[in-house]
Design a protein. Sequence first.
Length: 73
Amino acid sequence: MDVSVQEAKTHLSRLLRRVEAGETIVIRRGSIRVAVLAPAPPMTAERRIWGDLPGSIGPDFDDLPDDFSAYTA
């Protein structure tokens, strides 16, 4: 479904109900598509932070490369 910016402003609650039902709404300014209202991805209970990612940092992580001495003071 395509709507104008003015219609989107006037009927936002109605449009959001349609999006919640799975519909995607395209908002146009004149004939130009400017935005899309689409269902948001579901939130997961799992919170991912860097420490939770698999893998590890190598023991030489803090070592400077041999040719890097010109950049240190």
